[in-house]
Design a protein around this ligand. Structure first.
Ligand code: XIL
Length: 298
């Protein structure tokens, strides 16, 4: 293919970008988005604070602008994210215990039901594991409702939208390390007990190198019987940026259950990583060297 999306599609995969609803009126942005990508994810608009700003009062207007933009053009939509310790509405931050648990599960049910049939893959739970060597859960208000909150969320999402792929998503999981192994053990346990999990997302916010066991780490999760996806790829600008992008893309292509790659934005100026210029297109929408390496690897 001649674009990221068509090339990925030829290999049965998608190539996506995180999209901000407020940029859909920027023609430089939409020209690149519509030409190159066949999947989108909302950068912020599907997070809890956005979709349920007041308890039991839901607002999908910004998220729907992104979903409609995508579906009317035949693009897939990743859903990000149903539950996360960050970007929660203030009312939820102030809850705890069984009240927070029921509010969280209600949130999962309502949002997944609203979007039933429209979401290819949902990040049901985002970033629930701690960094460092312990391999355990991150402390959060959700974790303090009980260790079973993650499986409760997956069961609720499955009941609401049985057709969506249900993913666990996290960062600093790009090689075999204590954090990724903690997640691996959770997924293995979920699969053994029939908890509905279909995929694991590897954010892959990277610097100048790729862990040597990046592909092996993807493969060990795939071997548990889940799909794997690269969900938020961006790579700090520097001499190695194009190589890192190529290596990550080749790793995904070498793992048959690696079903897609998403970059966390379109152009460098759209990135949450400020001056790091970590994406595939410059601020004018021109293709960078990293783009060529990705296209050649697809
Ligand atoms: C980031 C967005 O890009 C920013 O606009 C926002 O201010 C903070 O969140 N991991 C995730 C994403 O799962 O949701 C985060 O997105 C980046 C890190």
């Amino acid at each position: 293919g001649t674009t990221l999306g068509t090339s990925a599609a030829e290999k049965g995969r998608y190539f996506g970008a995180a999209v901000a609803a407020g940029k859909l009126g920027d023609s430089t942005y939409t020209t690149v988005l519509n030409r190159e990508f066949n999947s989108v994810v909302a950068e912020n608009e599907m997070k809890w604070a956005s979709t349920e700003p007041q308890r039991n009062s839901f607002n999908y207007s910004s998220a729907d602008r992104i979903v409609n933009h995508a579906t009317s053009r035949g693009m897939l939509v990743r859903g990000h994210t149903l539950l996360w310790h960050a970007q929660q509405p203030t009312w939820a931050q102030n809850l705890s215990g069984s009240d927070l648990r029921s509010a969280a599960i209600n949130h999962v049910t309502r949002v997944a039901t609203y979007y039933r049939g429209k979401i290819h893959s949902w990040d049901v739970v985002n970033e629930a594991f701690a960094d460092g060597g312990g391999g355990g859960r991150r402390d959060s208000n959700l974790q303090r409702t009980g260790n079973d909150w993650i499986e409760a969320a997956f069961r609720a999402a499955d009941a609401a939208d049985p057709g969506a792929r249900l993913c666990y998503n996290d960062y600093n999981t790009d090689g075999v390390n204590a954090k990724s192994t903690g997640i691996y053990n959770m997924v293995r346990d979920f699969k053994s007990r029939g908890v509905p999990i279909d995929c694991v997302g590897f954010q892959s916010h990277l610097g100048g190198s790729v862990p040597g066991d990046y592909q092996a780490n993807l493969q060990r999760f795939a071997d548990l019987g889940v799909d794997v996806q690269i969900t938020e790829l961006d790579v700090a600008q520097g001499s190695n940026q194009a190589n890192v992008y190529g290596t990550v893309t080749r790793a995904c292509m070498a793992v048959s259950r690696c079903t897609g790659i998403t970059t966390w934005g379109v152009r460098d100026c759209d990135s949450w990583r400020g001056g790091e210029n970590p994406l595939l297109f410059d601020c004018s929408g021109n293709k960078k060297a990293a783009y060529t390496n990705v296209l050649n690897a697809l």
